[in-house]
Design a protein around this ligand. Structure first.
Ligand code: ARG
Ligand code: ZN
Length: 896
């Protein structure tokens, strides 16, 4: 059943143009599809096999006459097509049932409005087609519908005609000036309103920008529009890439499987990534909107103008576009420190989500070799690791070199469907003297080999010779189907810190003079040794600066060295990393230490936070120069899942207990400092979502949560009282939600009235209700009370399992984001998980398969969790007629 990358063959036919006519009706939509096709002369003559799924076929005509056809499974097969290479007309008439489409793939209805989602293989649920990205056609679309119900009719490209029809109906005709693969097709029809903006591009061309939402939501579209304008300007300025359409539309829907979709000229978004007001959206929401709006817009070039030959090449567009949106957000953030904060956040996502994926049963290369269901491969590996692979290229050829590479890439491939190899080749060819070009074939292993490489660093100082040698060696564990790994090309940005913390000038043996305090060495062999000369005292190496490669750095730092890096490193990323390493070390030691015991409620009372570490954290918190946003990152402990990844055997309860104890002790030890930080950072004037003011709010929010934790221990009522007051008076959602979550996460009795009040305030705002649900399902588990609460939440009148955002807010927040509550001795969490996977699979396989991945790492769990988790997975796997999506995930999990 699996599709193999090496089985790729060009299509036997090309589709030059498509004319689609839709008579939109939720129960039965009629689709007339008139295509102009021709045989691909490069491929042996064969029948035409068209993809289709859940379609009712009414008629097939070839060149205006009825034609014979047969079905092979889901495929429509035409054997008696005209011979020769002349174009011919194929007309197919089908119907489908959008109202019954709970999968949200293809044409579906959300809140009385029609939407489509065609990537990766949803177009075949709309009409029969060669539903593959290397078949690019010109589209003309005629939409017809009841005018009162569906006043707005949208599709890709330009509106060429619209008007009235009999019986209260109307029509709109759209033409897309650009050829595109079917996965970029889109239509929207319903009662929507738009925020509009006219802009003139650098090239002097006018464009109309629209953000379409439900009528009540217009007031929440300003930030999305601003983000879109900023993205357009950024792509012109940084890459010389301009908007190639007269009209660019974004439409928001509250029922969406993923984040958003880059359909040509008609992006469709999850409301979560469009709607924002200071009263309803947090700073994180604002930042996510900017990033996702940018991401989808940047796809217009990296994805749409140059697309993927086949779905194995998905990272060609996704890795590159994530890299571009990360760069966009950094450039928008402005200051070097704000850029570093964004980099740290991105790396944190990579390490907490992608590293586990790369070490588990679903591990796959950035360019996979096989899949059962492509929707399972929209992963953090394809996206985030893919972006790191592009970032390494950027760093190996330099900023200017990268711009040259992009230019060459578009010169060669504009309008075509290409491969990951084509991208790297363009980068290398545009930079023939670069280390990328020098090691091109080896560099490509980043695309073909799964798994996270380890880089081990061992330093040795020779005082007599004033020489410091640093040996870097790489290795990579086996992953499913790849027992043996070959060495990667690993750029390691590094510097050396002297005893006083100052950056040392770097001089390698054989070099005439020292050159700079930072450089990037490229590790290509299993091992390499660098010898630095004229080093006066034992230095502290600062390695992998800026996280210059997606690897795990193993370096036996002493505590004093890490403290030196935390205090002095000129590289903000490594400064943060040193703090994380210090805390991680304490956590791991405590986890292993049998003398550290838990009480009946699973709590640790011994002190495990060393005074020196508390002092180091205090110094960061009180630092006069560091930004608030950076402090908040340093003072946030590594997540439970990141800690888990460092361990051979994972006892989630133990990890949870230790991390909670550390948090509690950090709260108490720094109580006066947290109070200071709160006083210093909580005042805010008008809400602006910029990096500086959102950093201040983040630090104030952390301070409040710590003060509530400290109060939990002392029984003091002052800070919880202040927090409740803050919750009530907050002028924006960031402050309000931080206060609410401080109460909930410290288990304070004021949490209940605050939650009730919050619900009453926001009962009509779906996105805010999602937060309300998620906070409760993700809350700390005092006495095993979260699972019963989750079950009660699923009975709440506002809970709707068919709505992916709501399902995620309750079920995923519990199963994937709350390990301390999910992994129960009695296995009830796993039973709940299996039931929900099966329940969701009958409605929406894509969402079900995501949930199925919550137990990816079952094989590392300690007993009794491991056996219970395996049983739960096996129960899911035993269910007949599972979707391909869930079957692939659980089959791979059981093979681990
Ligand atoms: N291309 C979209 C994006 O990255 C993701 C859409 C994926 N959807 C899906 N059902 N697989 O922005
Ligand atoms: Zn994307």
């Amino acid at each position: 059943k699996a599709t193999q990358r090496l089985d790729y063959a060009p299509p036997a036919y090309w589709i030059d143009s498509v004319e689609l006519t839709f008579d939109l009706d939720p129960a039965k939509t009629r689709v007339l599809n008139r295509m102009r096709l021709r045989r691909n002369p490069g491929v042996a003559p064969q029948p035409l096999r068209l993809d289709g799924e859940e379609l009712n076929l009414a008629r097939v005509m070839v060149n205006g006459a009825g034609s014979s056809f047969k079905m092979e499974g889901d495929k429509l097969v035409l054997e008696n097509l005209p011979e020769g290479n002349d174009p011919f007309e194929l007309e197919i008439f089908t119907t489908c049932a959008p109202a019954k489409n709970t999968q949200l793939s293809g044409l579906y209805v959300s809140g009385d409005t029609f939407f489509t989602q065609c990537e990766a293989e949803g177009f075949r649920r709309i009409t029969y087609f060669l539903d593959r990205p290397d078949v690019m056609a010109s589209y003309q679309v005629l939409l017809r519908a009841d005018k009162a119900q569906y006043p707005v009719l949208l599709s890709n490209g330009n509106l060429v005609e619209s008007g009235e029809l009999d019986g209260g109906r109307h029509f709109a005709r759209w033409a897309d000036p650009h050829r595109k693969p079917s996965y970029l097709f889109a239509l929207v029809a319903g009662k929507l309103v738009a925020r509009e903006q006219q802009i003139v591009s650098r090239a002097g061309k006018p464009h109309l920008l629209q953000v379409w939402v439900r009528p009540g939501d217009l007031g929440k579209t300003e930030h999305a529009m601003n983000s879109l304008m900023a993205a357009i300007a950024w792509d012109e300025a940084r890459f010389g890439l301009s908007l190639d359409l007269e009209r660019f539309m974004i439409v928001a829907t509250s029922d969406f499987n993923m984040g958003a979709m880059e359909n040509k000229g008609l992006n469709i978004f999850n409301t979560k990534y469009v709607l924002a007001s200071e009263a309803t959206a947090t700073d994180v929401d604002f930042a996510n909107i900017e990033s996702v709006v940018g991401h989808e817009y940047f796809h217009n070039w990296t994805g749409n103008r140059v697309t993927c030959r086949d779905w194995f090449q998905l990272s060609l567009k996704e890795g590159l576009t994530v890299f571009r949106d990360q760069e966009f957000s950094q450039d928008m953030a402005g200051s070097p420190s704000a850029r570093a904060v964004k980099r740290i956040e991105d790396v944190r996502v990579l390490r907490t989500a992608q590293f586990p994926e790369d070490a588990g049963p679903m591990a796959h290369p950035v360019r996979p070799d096989s899949y059962v269901e492509i929707n399972n491969f929209y992963t953090v590996t394809i996206y985030e690791k893919g972006a790191e692979v592009v970032r390494m290229q950027h760093n190996l050829v330099g900023r200017e070199g990268f711009a040259r590479g992009m230019k060459l890439y578009f010169e060669r491939h504009d309008g075509h469907a290409v491969t990951c190899d084509d991208f790297v080749q363009a980068m290398a060819d545009a930079n023939p003297a670069s280390p990328l070009a020098l090691h091109l074939e080896q560099f490509k292993r980043w695309y073909s080999q799964a798994g996270t490489p380890h880089v081990k660093a061992v330093g040795q100082y020779d005082a007599d010779a004033r020489r410091y040698t640093l040996t870097l060696s790489q290795s990579c564990a086996a992953t499913p189907g790849q027992p043996e790994k070959h060495p990667f090309v690993i750029p390691v940005a590094l510097g050396l810190l002297g005893t006083d913390g100052r950056a040392l000038p770097l001089q390698l043996e054989g070099e005439a003079a020292a050159g700079g305090t930072e450089r990037t060495v490229v590790l290509t062999e299993p091992s390499m040794t660098l010898a630095f000369v004229n080093v006066d005292s034992p230095p502290v190496p600062s390695l992998l600066r800026g996280f210059s490669a997606p690897v795990i750095l193993d370096c036996e730092y002493g505590d004093a060295e890490l403290l030196a890096l935390l205090t002095h490193d000129g590289d903000a990323f490594n400064r943060w990393e040193a703090g994380q390493r210090l805390m991680l070390r304490i956590a791991i030691n405590a986890i292993a230490d049998e003398a550290v015991t838990t009480d009946a409620a699973g709590q640790i009372h011994q002190n495990i936070l060393p005074a020196a570490l508390a002092q180091a954290m205090r110094d960061v918190l009180r630092h006069p120069q560091l930004d608030a946003a950076f402090k908040e990152l340093v003072l946030t402990l590594p997540s439970e899942s990141y800690i888990a990844e460092q361990l051979g055997v994972v006892d989630p309860q133990r990890i949870h207990a230790v991390r909670e104890a550390l948090r509690q002790q950090l709260a108490v030890a720094l109580q006066a400092d947290w109070a200071w930080a709160w006083e210093e950072h909580h005042a805010g004037g008008a809400h602006r979502p910029d990096a500086v003011s959102s950093g201040r709010r983040a630090l104030a929010g952390l301070a409040l949560s710590m003060l509530c934790l400290a109060a939990r221990q002392s029984g003091d009522a002052v800070w919880p009282g202040k927090t409740y007051q803050r919750f009530k008076d907050a002028g924006n959602m960031t402050d309000r939600f931080n206060a609410l979550s401080a109460l909930v996460m410290s288990g304070h009795e004021l949490a209940a009235p605050a939650l009730a009040r919050f619900h009453a305030m926001f009962k009509d705002d779906a996105l805010v209700l999602d937060k309300w649900f998620a906070l409760q399902a993700g809350s700390t588990d005092r006495g095993g009370n979260v699972l019963p609460a989750v079950k009660a939440l699923m009975k709440h009148p506002d809970f709707h399992i068919k709505n992916p955002n709501r399902a995620r807010s309750v079920i995923f927040s519990y199963c994937s984001a709350n390990p301390g509550a999910f992994h129960r001795q009695d296995a009830a969490g796993y039973v709940f998980w299996a039931d929900r996977v099966l329940e969701l699979d009958a409605l929406n396989p894509q969402v079900a398969a995501r949930l199925a991945r919550a137990l990816d790492r079952w094989n590392r769990l300690a007993e009794p969790y491991r056996t219970a988790a395996r049983e739960a997975i096996a129960r899911v796997a035993a269910k007949p007629d599972l979707s391909n999506d869930v079957r692939e995930v659980v089959t791979r999990a059981l093979a681990d």
